[in-house]
Design a protein around this ligand. Structure first.
Ligand code: HEC
Ligand code: HEC
Length: 362
């Protein structure tokens, strides 16, 4: 029902006009009529409030967290069939002499290190974590710190920044606009790491050099996706669908990514024109939409002092963070500076910014 019509109905009920007249003729019904009028007025106010909210959404102040950046794994129905025999076949990846079984690959306390020559020796917390609850940082963030779309790259982040983020997660100052399994594991399990472990992990990851990891491809259509392993993965034989205003980040080689090969990266599909639009926003602030990023993140956007790098990082991660600063889910010590940067951004702006940032050399 449109608002003016709602209003006419409210007035008719209150004054006993039109087909609502019957109600007001019977005196005992006049109280009822007033109640009904009030109820209709309440509905009117609610519709107006909802409209106001959607206008806010258009201005980018309170939009919903986009599901393609905050990917949630669907619940699988419990399997009642006969238990499958254990698959203990050794797996291999290109460029590595190592071999791991599926069980070893999925061990959160001893994840596979396919390329031990590609990084310095890992401290205990990165390689194994601490049972029963602190999983190895290298399980999710990978031994070389390159990370995956559902978590974060840690390679080359300033050590003091990593320590501060761990404190923010622990103190409830860094939450998420939409909780996913990996994010809640980060917040509830990994913040049980002690001070020495956090220092060791921070020192380790800060010394790693980030590698090019994401190839951005502008396109009008993308393979149809579903969520598997907290990532967007093409549906076999699913054809292509319009990309819309989304970024679709997916493994270049699903098999290698599933085996936690830290030498196999990602492809990010972005709408046509987004890199160009993103570049304008990032470098000029887009005439007041945001602030130029280099002022704080350094001239090449690869970080400055304790301000983290934003170049060549996962666009899904970037969009999640921009949403989290905007919604106030991320409210740690350094977040205040990101408030004016994100206040007016729409999801469209975030898509463009993230596509441009991901296209840069890390
Ligand atoms: C279960 C998977 C998982 C494990 C294990 C894990 N993390 Fe994370 N971590 C995440 C996720 C997911 C995020 C991204 C949160 C988001 O998107 O807001 C994250 C983000 C971070 C960040 C923020 C990065 C940034 O750029 O601001 C830091 C720092 C971090 N993790 C450190 C660690 C350390 C240190 C360990 C080991 C003690 C660890 N993590 C273990 C999943 C994990
Ligand atoms: C006035 C300074 C300032 C400006 C300008 C600024 N940033 Fe930031 N940014 C920061 C600080 C400080 C942090 C760390 C926040 C924290 O400690 O939680 C940050 C963090 C971020 C993060 C999260 C990184 C991570 O590792 O989790 C992203 C993404 C980001 N900024 C993007 C941008 C973009 C895009 C722009 C430009 C459109 C921009 N920033 C402009 C100061 C700034």
């Amino acid at each position: 029902m449109k608002m003016p019509k709602l209003w006419r109905v409210a007035r008719a009920v209150a004054t006993g006009h039109g087909r609502f007249r019957r109600w007001t003729h019977w005196p005992r019904r006049s109280a009822l009529a007033t109640c009904a009028a009030l109820a209709v007025l309440c509905a009117f106010v609610a519709v107006a409030a909802a409209r106001n909210q959607s206008e806010k959404t258009k201005a980018g102040q309170a939009h919903e967290a986009p599901s393609w950046a905050f990917v949630v794994e669907p619940r699988r129905p419990a399997s009642h069939g006969p238990a499958k025999p254990a698959d203990d076949a050794p797996r291999h990846v290109p460029g590595s002499r190592a071999a791991f079984t599926l069980r070893q690959i999925n061990d959160g306390f001893n994840p596979p290190d396919w390329h031990p020559g590609g990084h310095p020796p890992m401290p205990e917390v990165v390689a194994h974590g601490r049972k029963p609850r602190v999983m190895a940082c290298g399980y999710c963030h990978l031994p070389n710190g390159q990370g995956r779309p559902e978590n974060a790259s840690l390679a080359g982040l300033p050590a003091a920044y990593i320590v501060q983020q761990m404190a923010d997660f622990k103190d409830g100052l860094r939450k998420s606009s939409k909780i996913t399994g990996p994010i809640s594991a980060m917040v509830t399990h990994e913040t049980l790491a002690n001070k020495q472990e956090i220092q060791a992990a921070a020192k380790y990851f800060s010394r790693l050099k980030p590698k090019p990891w994401i190839r951005v491809v502008e396109t009008r259509t993308v393979p149809r996706m579903h969520v598997a392993g907290w990532m967007l993965v093409p549906v076999a034989g699913g054809g292509r669908v319009p990309i819309g205003r989304r970024i679709i980040e997916t493994p270049v080689n699903l098999e290698r990514t599933e085996m936690r090969d830290d030498a196999s990266g990602f492809i990010a599909y972005a709408p046509v024109g987004s890199i160009r639009k993103g570049k304008a926003l990032v470098t000029t602030g887009g005439g007041g939409t945001t602030l130029p990023c280099d002022a704080c993140h350094g001239p090449d956007l690869r970080g400055n002092g304790n301000v983290p790098t934003i170049a060549g990082r996962s666009p899904s991660y970037i969009v999640r963070q921009l949403c989290d600063f905007q919604s106030g889910a991320r409210a740690g010590a350094g977040s205040e500076l990101m408030e004016p940067v994100t206040a007016k951004l729409t999801v469209d702006d975030m898509v463009s910014i993230a596509a441009y940032l991901a296209s840069l050399h890390p």
